[in-house]
Design a binder for this molecule. Structure first.
Ligand code: AMP
Length: 170
């Protein structure tokens, strides 16, 4: 099955000049959804993963599915102000300005093996901030996984100290 066929390009969304990678056709197709979870989880089978971290918001969908498949817990990383309990915060740079991600302080125990998942790797700033949060809690980032990698933006550079796995590369 060619999973790239289920990822739709939407021109000029959310702003002019951006080609948005829309994963909803993949999620809406039962076979493609299942195949994506299988292919993302296969490399994790023997790694003894304790937590899968999903990045808000589309990273939650496959991240939670992945956690369930490999028998790990699921942990959300969210934009500032959304998580109810005590948090750790990590700022990161956007093209213009900064943004901030948060994780619950008790979400990961020191030494736990963690996979971080997001839908799209673009410039890598979001994933790098997520890696920082997990490491600050003492977690071991065993893999950073993506459904889609936009290789021309070279986001891998920002998380190169970690193993990276992308299902579909454009
Ligand atoms: P970045 O920090 O630049 O790697 O951006 C990654 C985050 O922005 C991910 O959470 C993606 O969901 C989102 N994102 C960035 N570029 C795109 C794109 N072209 N299509 C869909 N989502 C994107």
């Amino acid at each position: 099955m060619e999973l790239a066929d289920y990822i739709r390009n939407v021109a000029d969304f959310p702003q002019s000049g951006i080609t948005y990678k829309d994963i909803t056709p993949l999620l809406g197709n039962a076979d493609a959804f299942q195949e994506a979870v299988t292919r993302l989880s296969n490399p994790l089978a023997q790694l003894g993963i304790q937590k899968v971290v999903g990045i808000e918001s589309r990273g939650f969908i496959l991240g939670a599915s992945l956690a369930n498949r490999v028998g790990a817990g699921f942990v959300p990383i969210r934009k500032k102000g959304k998580l109810p309990f005590q948090t750790l915060q990590q700022e990161y740079n956007l093209e213009y300005g900064t943004d901030c991600l948060e994780i619950h302080r008790d979400a990961i125990l020191p030494g736990e093996k963690v996979v971080i998942h997001d839908d799209v790797l673009a410039t890598g700033g979001t994933a790098a901030a997520a890696c920082e949060l997990v490491q600050r809690l003492g977690g071991e980032v065993v893999q950073v996984s993506f459904l889609v990698e936009l290789s021309f933006l070279n986001g891998k550079e920002k998380i190169k100290q970690h193993p990276i796995f992308s299902l579909v590369t454009f």
